[in-house]
Design a protein around this ligand. Structure first.
Ligand SMILES: Cc1cc2nc3c(=O)[nH]c(=O)nc-3n(C[C@H](O)[C@H](O)[C@H](O)COP(=O)(O)OP(=O)(O)OC[C@H]3O[C@@H](n4cnc5c(N)ncnc54)[C@H](O)[C@@H]3O)c2cc1C
Length: 596
């Protein structure tokens, strides 16, 4: 299932250039900047593409500001494409995320609330901004609405989360029940926010403690009495401070993953000085580092090769995530014995892993206690668990990658996976199959919203959907129409106008694909295919890893788009074209549409 149960909409990424219309201090440590300009309206962009009007309908929608360096100009920001923006890599270090605090389409303005802190590029810009100053920004690129199925909402965060929480309070409909906890630096930073919702708002004042330290938020969340019924939790703030809240809500309160959203909004640096400042002005580090002009020596090359061939980082990191070491440390379990009890691994065997994690910078040690490093804190996030935990059978299966040499020499899939084919293993193992279905649903989350508007799908009266995540896709595109779910192995398919196949060709022989495509194309007039391909394998190491892992796991090379076109034409397609959906990123950012 997709990561969040909140309904998600995806928007094309548009870069806009706007002007500061107003500057106002909301409280001593929070400055409101109101932005305006023609670029917020619908129109035509310089490159001739349609520019959709700016919109923001979710309480935590955010924009990416491209902040100019103090007293300087930014280089070219990038190139606008139809639904996405091709960034100039040199400006990426100058981008910062800010919540859309309010949006007023009638006045053609929106505002952001910026937290004051000493050494930030964006904070410095905001606190020096004057009406008439100009800035680029992109987004919001998506919008997630309030989960109206929840019986109770828990929102918690520090002052960086306050703009989103305040907007939630203002926008939550009457009858919404919940509890809100906000940590602010001083009592004067509390805000009066009107709401129709039935919520208790609890303010925590940090006082002299540095931002992003302490357990005030965590302690307050633990004190909240969660009622019976469905609870939706939204938490944001400093990444390490909120990590234990995620574990508490998921493990102790047993809230389902899709109802818990815990997002790191900023990271306190490892060597921060007492007031939360970075050791040096971050703006300096944003100056693009000049490329090394010297030639690479053979010692450099050997060092590079040595790094590339190390086995420790991928294995130690995956094992640490599987055992949940970093979330346990974030939760306050910091000794070897405590971690042994928490992970169920005897201390004598766990100690070498903790040493390895310390050597890799995933933990640091202070006497008998372990602490998370900023890198280790990232491993507390849900995405790390989803992608790396070896308790997920799809991740464990991917370890067959290490048998690549045997697979290349002998053919077939990795011997460690047994005799049966990948498709047979999935048919017999519901947990493995569900892991792959979930992965597809997650990748589809960024494009599914746009699928109903694809002409082949939009104009169909009846649809057929098969492959990974089929039921989920069917639900999204039905819009009152009949959608058949024939299953890829069905002998014949019911008549339909348009079929949608998701990840259905990977791990199937050409003959099997031919059969499947013919079934879809003879009982319908068009076919939309979401398929992972090997297209970028030579230029992108992630794509290469995926293609080789797929080969080791399925025993069959991942196809290129050209190979898929060929199969489609053999199966009776008259026309085959490819269309980008959404931002065009990821495995399913481009779909193949075939007509008979
Ligand atoms: C989706 C999203 C929405 C966000 N919405 C908001 C918002 O509405 N308002 C808002 O103010 N922030 C918001 N943030 C957080 C904001 O993007 C970060 O705080 C950002 O790092 C600030 O950029 P900067 O250039 O000022 O500091 P940076 O140059 O990024 O950081 C410089 C130093 O300051 C420290 N630092 C960064 N932020 C803080 C802070 N808040 N307090 C103390 N030290 C800090 C860093 O650890 C670093 O050492 C949001 C973040 C995300 C991901």
């Amino acid at each position: 299932m997709p990561r969040s149960s909140r309904p998600l909409q995806i928007f094309p990424i548009v870069m806009r250039h706007v002007e500061v219309a107003g500057v106002e201090d909301v409280t001593a440590n929070m400055r409101r900047i109101t932005l305006t300009g023609e670029d917020l309206t619908e129109g035509v962009m310089g490159e001739g593409y349609h520019r959709p009007a700016f919109r923001s309908e979710g309480f935590d929608d955010h924009v990416k500001l491209v902040v100019p360096p103090a007293g300087g100009e930014l280089p070219r920001v990038g190139t606008q494409e139809e639904t996405r923006f091709a960034w100039n890599p040199e400006v990426l270090g100058n981008t910062r995320d800010y919540t859309v605090r309010s949006w007023d389409p009638a006045a053609n303005t929106f505002s952001i609330d910026v937290v004051r802190h000493d050494h930030g590029l964006a904070a410095s810009w905001a606190f020096a901004a004057r009406p008439g100053d100009r800035i680029h920004f992109a987004g919001p690129k998506s919008c997630a609405r309030i989960n109206t199925d929840a019986d109770f909402h828990l929102l918690a965060g520090d002052e960086t989360a306050l703009p989103a929480i305040a907007r939630w309070l203002e926008e939550a409909p009457e009858g919404t029940r919940g509890h809100v906890v906000v940590e602010v630096p001083t009592a004067e930073d509390r805000q009066q926010v009107g709401t129709r919702a039935d919520v208790r708002v609890e303010w925590l004042v940090r006082g002299d403690a540095p931002a992003g330290t302490g357990t005030r938020l965590f302690d307050a969340v633990r004190r909240v009495e969660l009622p019976e019924g469905r609870v939706y939790a939204w938490v944001a703030g400093e990444a390490m401070t909120i990590a234990p809240i995620r574990r508490y809500l998921r493990d102790e309160r047993a809230l389902p993953k899709e109802d818990v959203e815990v997002t790191g909004y900023w990271r306190r640096p490892k060597t921060a000085t007492g007031d939360g400042r970075a050791p040096r002005d971050n703006a300096e580090s944003l100056t693009p580092v000049a490329a090394d002009e010297g030639e690479e020596t053979s010692a450099d090359l050997l060092a590079q090769l040595h790094e590339m061939t190390e086995l420790a980082p991928p294995v130690i990191t995956r094992v640490a995530v599987t055992l949940g070491v970093n979330p346990a440390v974030a939760y306050g379990v910091t000794t070897l014995d405590g971690l042994a009890a928490d992970t169920g691994v005897p201390a004598a065997r766990l100690a070498p892993l903790l040493d390895g994690m310390t050597a890799l910078g995933l933990l640091e040690r202070d006497g008998a206690h372990f602490r998370n490093t900023p890198l280790g804190a990232v491993l507390c996030e849900d995405s790390a668990h989803d992608d790396l935990s070896l308790d997920n059978p799809a991740n464990r299966e991917a370890l067959a990658f290490v048998d690549l040499a045997d697979v290349l020499r002998a053919g077939g899939h990795a011997a460690r996976l047994g005799e049966r084919t990948w498709r047979e293993r999935r048919a017999d193992d519901a947990v493995l199959d569900a892991a792959h279905q979930d992965r597809a649903a997650e990748e589809l989350a960024y494009v599914l919203d746009l699928l109903p508007d694809l002409p082949a799908v939009r104009d169909a009266r009846t649809l057929a959907v098969a492959g990974d995540g089929a039921a989920h896709v069917a639900e999204k595109i039905a819009r009152g129409r009949t959608v058949h779910l024939p299953g890829t192995d069905a002998a014949a398919w019911p008549a339909h106008d348009c079929a949608v196949l998701v990840a259905a060709l990977e791990g199937r022989t050409d003959d099997e694909c031919h059969d499947l495509l013919r079934k879809a194309l003879t009982s319908g007039s068009s076919l939309v295919l979401f398929e992972r391909t090997s297209d970028k394998a030579a230029v992108d190491d992630h794509a290469a890893e995926h293609a080789l892992t797929s080969l080791a796991v399925t025993g069959l090379p991942l196809r290129s788009s050209t190979g898929i076109d060929h199969l489609l034409r053999e199966a009776g397609a008259r026309t085959v074209e490819r269309t980008m959906l959404g931002w065009g990123f990821g495995h399913f950012g481009t779909v193949t549409v075939a007509h008979v």
